[in-house]
Design a protein around this ligand. Structure first.
Ligand code: NAD
Length: 516
């Protein structure tokens, strides 16, 4: 039997307070090219598959964060002057290191996050797409030139780095999301302070060391661990010029507002509630496979997970039958076991929260078809089974809130129009998918739906690295999407230069406003 999350958290905090260095390894900061100790404040890092506190992570004070920011500021001058050829060579090298040592990094991700090893390797591959994109940094940083804009006058635009950039990342993609941000920021000539999630912070340190091995000079990429204290220093320190954030919506909104109030450029990606519409003409077996993969992969802890199936017309019953059949065969277990298809949740608090949505669903008027909370697991890992809930409606907690666990809801609607109205009324708008065999319906859906990323018979439409990633509404605060071409806009300032080389004899005084 599991202890209540609160009791567990209390005991773990006490363990940390009594003997911060006692519970195994201490995860240190990485500042100015080397690992860096810090103050005594720490947080427990679990192995979610065993439920044990495996490590402690340092939680930086504001002063310690300021030290990292100053290291980044000190490195800025040299790094922005570094030739693009040298930067490109570093990108190729780090791509090689991460690709060749993917199994090593995947093990670190699995040990602290819990996801299965193949899924960890998958997130690393998706993160590497942005490193590959950044090997083309010479192309992405090209400016524009206009000859003879006025008589004898040329205009050109150059892209320059913004300065010190803060990158603040969530627990659910401890390798991919840092790679989305830091790689482009560095490629564009900025220096970085990365503040990864304190729940699974080791992957970020590993990545920073890989960049150092690839030849990145000290101070260009720094990692500080911490909580709100560290984040608040990053949001208010005047040396930080831009903030990239991915996490939950309330924090994203806070990051957006606080950074903007302190004069910083900011992009803050938030939470999600991703709907998958199944039309009556869809291939129901294919749709059921897609729903199961996209809802329960990584235990539903993906910002692009499908959490709601919108069954149009009479598709609900046959679809639920097919999904139920498939979930009965899923293997849930430690991420290190090759037989496991789904691992545990991240913390005891997450387990209690996710299970709470399922146990409360019937009282809200929904029907729990598969109750994962009843599944028994050996040991103290943060495991839960997968759940499927039918007759879900807006107004129920299970529909209105982001669950971020292996819980799939089914909303029954009568028509395509009703499906679109439902989705367009939702506060979140990260991803969505439509399953149909009809091209016209698919094209209409793409036109009608107010969501940032759309899949047509593709359940998790995360854009490939040549495009950028971002939702709409409360899934993204700001206007620039993450990684790919838009991120080169975010991490550079455009400078316009107007040039004229007149003959000395042409010189004259003219107080009028310059026109062409
Ligand atoms: P979170 O918002 O709790 O934490 C994200 C980061 O913010 C962490 O580094 C954390 O230390 C920091 N933070 C937490 N509370 C803070 C506070 N009060 N003040 C300042 N900083 C604070 O998110 P999480 O639980 O780590 O990640 C899961 C969430 O991230 C989900 O909502 C998920 O949808 C979202 N997410 C979104 C995307 C996307 O692309 N839109 C991608 C991945 C995850």
């Amino acid at each position: 039997t599991k202890q209540s999350a609160e009791v567990r958290a209390q005991q773990d905090a006490e363990q940390g307070a009594q003997d911060p260095r006692g519970a195994g390894e201490v995860i240190e900061h990485f500042i100015d090219g080397r690992r860096h100790g810090g103050s005594e404040r720490t947080a427990p890092v679990y192995n979610p598959a065993t439920g044990q506190v495996a490590k402690q992570v340092l939680l930086a004070s504001a002063e310690e964060v300021a030290t990292a920011v100053e290291a980044a500021e000190a490195a800025l001058r040299g790094w922005r002057a570094t030739s693009l050829a040298k930067r490109t060579a570093i990108m190729f090298k780090v791509e090689n290191i991460i690709r060749e040592r993917t199994p090593e990094l995947a093990e670190i991700v699995t040990a602290e996050h819990g996801k299965v090893l193949s899924d960890a390797a998958g997130e690393i591959a998706r993160g590497l797409e942005n490193v590959q994109f950044c090997t083309g940094l010479m192309h992405h940083l090209k400016g524009e030139h206009l000859e003879q804009a006025a008589t004898g006058v040329d205009v050109h635009q150059i892209r320059q780095p913004v300065g010190v950039v803060a990158c603040i990342t969530p627990f659910n993609f401890p390798a991919m999301v840092p790679l989305w941000m830091i790689t482009t920021a560095i490629a564009a000539g900025n220096t970085v302070v990365l503040k990864p999630s304190e729940r699974d912070p080791s992957a970020s340190v590993w990545i920073a060391e890989a960049f150092a091995e690839a030849g990145l000079p000290p101070g260009v990429l720094n990692v500080v661990h911490g909580d709100k204290v560290a984040v608040d220093e990053l949001l208010t320190n005047p040396l930080v010029k831009a903030v990239s954030f991915v996490g939950s919506t309330p924090i994203a909104q806070y990051i957006y507002e606080t950074s903007a109030a302190h004069g910083k450029r900011v992009q803050a990606l938030g939470g999600a509630k991703n709907h998958m519409v199944v039309m009556p003409d869809a291939d129901l077996d294919g749709a059921a496979d897609a729903a199961v993969s996209a809802a329960y992969g990584s235990a539903g802890e993906r910002c692009m997970a499908i959490s709601v199936v919108v069954a149009v017309g009479d598709t609900a019953d046959p679809l639920i039958e097919r999904i139920t059949e498939r979930v009965g065969k899923l293997t849930i277990g430690p991420g290190t076991d090759p037989a496991s298809e789904m691992g545990p949740l991240i913390t005891p608090q997450a387990l209690e929260r996710v299970n709470g949505y399922v146990s409360g669903a019937e009282a809200e008027g929904a029907t729990v078809v598969v109750d994962g909370t009843k599944q028994e697991f050996e040991g103290d890992g943060f495991f839960t089974g997968v759940s499927l809930i039918d007759h879900v409606k807006p107004g129920m907690k299970v529909y209105d809130e982001e669950i971020f666990g292996p819980v799939l809801s089914v909303v029954r609607v009568g028509s395509y129009d009703e499906a679109v109205r439902l989705i367009n009324s939702n506060q979140f708008a990260n991803g969505t998918a439509v399953f149909t065999r009809d091209g016209k319906t698919a094209r209409e859906y793409q036109f009608d739906i107010e969501v940032g990323m759309v899949g047509i018979n593709v359940p998790i439409p995360v854009p490939i690295g040549a495009f950028s990633f971002g939702g709409w509404k409360k899934s993204l605060f700001g206007d620039t999407h993450m990684y790919g071409p838009e991120s080169f806009n975010f991490y550079t300032r455009r400078k316009l230069v107007t040039t004229r080389w007149p003959e000395p004899s042409e010189s004259q005084i003219n107080l009028g406003f310059p026109t062409h």
